[in-house]
Design a protein. Structure first.
Length: 100
């Protein structure tokens, strides 16, 4: 149960990691309830670097709002990571081999 009453379908926390090349060092970690567009972005040291929430404009399932909490975040990598994860998740319901 949450603040709004009984929770709908079971929501699991997901995690995606952006690794550097060629050493494979962990650069960014995105984890949270992405079905709800709620997550946190962790820096290489594991400390919170940003908070992701549903966006303020339009339907909440089409926008992200990113609130940076640290300046030393890889800001140039944050957007490609978020868009890449969104793309992977959108293809999850497609048929294997289908072109999107």
């Amino acid at each position: 149960e949450d603040r709004r009453g009984i929770v709908g379908p079971f929501q699991t926390e997901q995690q995606y990691v952006l690794l550097g090349h060629p050493n494979g060092e962990r650069l960014l970690t995105l984890k949270g309830r992405l079905e709800e567009r709620r997550a946190e972005l962790l820096g290489a040291d594991g400390a919170q670097a940003a908070v992701i929430e549903p966006g303020p404009a339009g339907p909440s399932d089409t926008n992200y709002k990113v609130i940076c909490t640290r300046q030393e975040l890889f800001t140039d990598l944050m957007l490609p990571l978020l868009l890449g994860v969104d793309r992977l998740r959108s293809r999850r319901g497609s048929k294997p081999g289908s072109i999107m």
